[in-house]
Design a protein around this ligand. Structure first.
Ligand SMILES: Nc1ncnc2c1ncn2[C@@H]1O[C@H](COP(=O)(O)OP(=O)(O)OP(=O)(O)O)[C@@H](O)[C@H]1O
Ligand SMILES: [Mg+2]
Length: 298
């Protein structure tokens, strides 16, 4: 798929991609490689994966990473409840088979083959990774905020990232019927392994240029006039240059535009900008510097 077509698909999914984003997504599709997306908070990393699914018409599976996330949540787990239920239901049959058995060793030997049945595909609970592998449709799989997971989780998805397959000891290797487009995002909370990076194409999304942010505001807040969108995009860029505890993200600029419009329509007034700073200033100690920047720029 060409970068132009990917850009159009993203736009239909509600995402305005610049050339680098469209090109990298296009490469991920044509080379069939996972995409690792890094960048500051709120620049649209997660939204990119959602828009890819929407725009390409693919189903989405999503894994939100956290400390302690393990295979049972991301890949598969055995349905213990069902296994126990079946053992109960089959108690009489098992009793029948064990008639005349005098030792535990003999019983285990006699039941050995049957016990494996309890580790068959019908007792498997598929989690997002396995679901994308078994599906008849090519998915987009979002592994969101992978830097929040433990290094062990990262290690265990390596086989899947490289080969689109997973190995379940009791069942063997399961390969993807249709390779999913895998998007991993990270905020850099911890350093990811070289092994993971090597298996992915890399995309860094930075804060956008004012002209691009203006277009994003116009797209997300259609009632925002051109002059207000342009003024807010310029201000956001100026504010991000300040030495703040927290810089405003794109989503916060969008909220800012919505707040201003809710309060006073499309007014271009420093007073209204300052009155709505709750949308972009999230630490009291940042407020004064932002107010000064607004006074200087308007
Ligand atoms: N290029 C874009 N086109 C349209 N909307 C965008 C774009 N970039 C960001 N947004 C808006 O910004 C919002 C926040 O983006 P998102 O949640 O994807 O950021 P993120 O990088 O995943 O943040 P975090 O690191 O906090 O998870 C989106 O819901 C969307 O409204
Ligand atoms: Mg996100």
């Amino acid at each position: 798929m060409t970068p132009e077509l990917v850009g159009q698909a993203l736009e239909s999914g509600g995402y305005l991609a610049d050339d680098v984003i469209a090109l990298t997504c296009s490469l991920a599709l044509s080379l069939d490689r996972p995409l690792l997306v890094e960048g500051p908070p709120g620049v649209g990393k997660t939204h990119l994966a959602l828009a890819l699914a929407e725009g390409l018409g693919r189903p989405l599976e999503r894994i939100q990473c956290y400390e302690g996330l393990d295979e049972a949540r991301a890949l598969y787990e055995w349905d213990y409840g069902k296994q126990i239920l079946y053992t109960q239901l089959l108690r009489d049959t098992v009793g029948e088979q064990l008639r005349g058995v005098s030792s535990i060793g003999e019983a285990v030997e006699r039941l050995g083959a049957e016990a494996n049945v309890l580790y068959g595909a019908q007792f498997l609970l598929a989690r997002p990774i396995l679901r994308t592998l078994q599906s008849d449709r090519a998915h987009v799989l979002l592994i969101d905020e992978v830097d929040r997971s433990d290094p062990e989780f990262e290690a265990f998805i390596l086989e899947f990232l490289a080969e689109r397959q997973v190995t379940i000891p009791e069942l063997g290797t399961i390969r993807a019927k249709h390779s999913p487009l895998i998007v991993l995002t990270s905020n850099g909370a911890r350093e990811l392994s070289d092994a993971l990076r090597r298996r992915c194409l890399y995309l860094y999304i930075d804060y956008p240029k004012p002209s691009h942010e203006q277009a994003i505001i116009a797209r997300m807040v259609p009632e925002c006039g051109e002059a207000l969108a342009s003024s807010l995009a310029e201000l956001a860029a100026t504010v991000r240059q300040l030495d703040l505890r927290q810089s405003p993200s794109i989503s916060e600029t969008i909220d800012w535009a919505r707040a201003i419009i809710a309060l006073s329509g499309n007014a271009l007034s420093p007073e209204i900008y300052k009155a709505t700073l709750s949308a972009i200033v999230k630490h009291e100690e940042d407020r004064e510097a932002v107010e000064r920047a607004i006074d200087k720029s308007t």
